[in-house]
Design a protein around this ligand. Structure first.
Ligand code: GRF
Length: 214
């Protein structure tokens, strides 16, 4: 019998190197408890879509600008995710802040990757290169990345995995961004995703057993 897996939906907006790391992890057997079943992009030109298509993963574009409201935008995504039967949502470079009601809908089943050691350099306004600019401006000697559950506080949910990266004297925001990706993000995102999938599978099993007993 095939191993039971959690269907995963990855939300992206850009290059999708973290999506690439997840796809690689599934191929190499690091991610075995989950299967990337759907990739939704908020941007039709995102290279992440090409990566998904090349890996044979179903894709969709849900554009915030053409939706009448945030509610409509999120409802479109919820419909796609739930119709696909996804049990986990991974935000991997998704640049749109989600509403409390969207987050509540996926409570305990939605995670995000952030390119700093939370609680440093996180929260509203800290995204992309800005995070690394702020870290260099503050003069920290160590930075890194964090995977956390998503709750209503931006970058405020429970931490699942973190990994540190040393800052070099000659780092620029761009060189630091790249090293944080290579040495931290692409390692901890697959690891955290596997952990959360295992957790979801065991809680599904516990609930089924409860139902049988009742
Ligand atoms: C990454 O730095 C991630 O931590 C942040 O957005 C960036 C996305 O990069 N949330 P990519 O699209 O995965 O290449």
């Amino acid at each position: 019998m095939d191993k039971e897996k959690v269907k995963i939906c990855v939300l992206v907006s850009g290059g999708g190197t973290n999506l690439g790391a997840l796809i690689g992890a599934e191929k190499s057997g690091i991610l075995t408890s989950g299967k990337i079943s759907l990739v939704i992009s908020s941007n039709a030109d995102a290279y992440a879509l090409t990566r998904a298509k090349e890996a044979g993963i179903k894709t969709a574009v849900v554009d915030r600008r053409t939706a009448k409201s945030r509610e409509e935008f999120e409802q479109q995504m919820i419909k796609l995710i739930d119709e696909e039967g996804c049990g986990l949502v991974v935000l991997a470079g998704f640049l749109i802040i989600l509403s409390e009601s969207f987050i509540r809908h996926y409570e305990g089943r939605i995670i995000n990757i952030h390119p700093s050691l939370i609680p440093s350099f996180c929260g509203e306004g800290y995204y992309g290169l800005r995070v690394h600019e702020a870290a260099l401006a503050r003069g920290v000697k160590v930075t890194g990345a964090t995977v956390h559950y998503v709750n209503k506080i931006t970058d405020g949910g429970e931490i699942i995995e973190q990994r540190a990266v040393y800052v070099r004297e000659d780092d620029t925001p761009k060189t630091l961004q790249r090293r944080v990706m290579e040495e931290a993000e692409w390692i901890i995102l697959p690891k955290a995703t596997e952990l959360v999938c295992q957790k979801i599978l065991s809680s599904n099993k516990a609930n089924t057993n409860k139902d049988i007993k009742n």
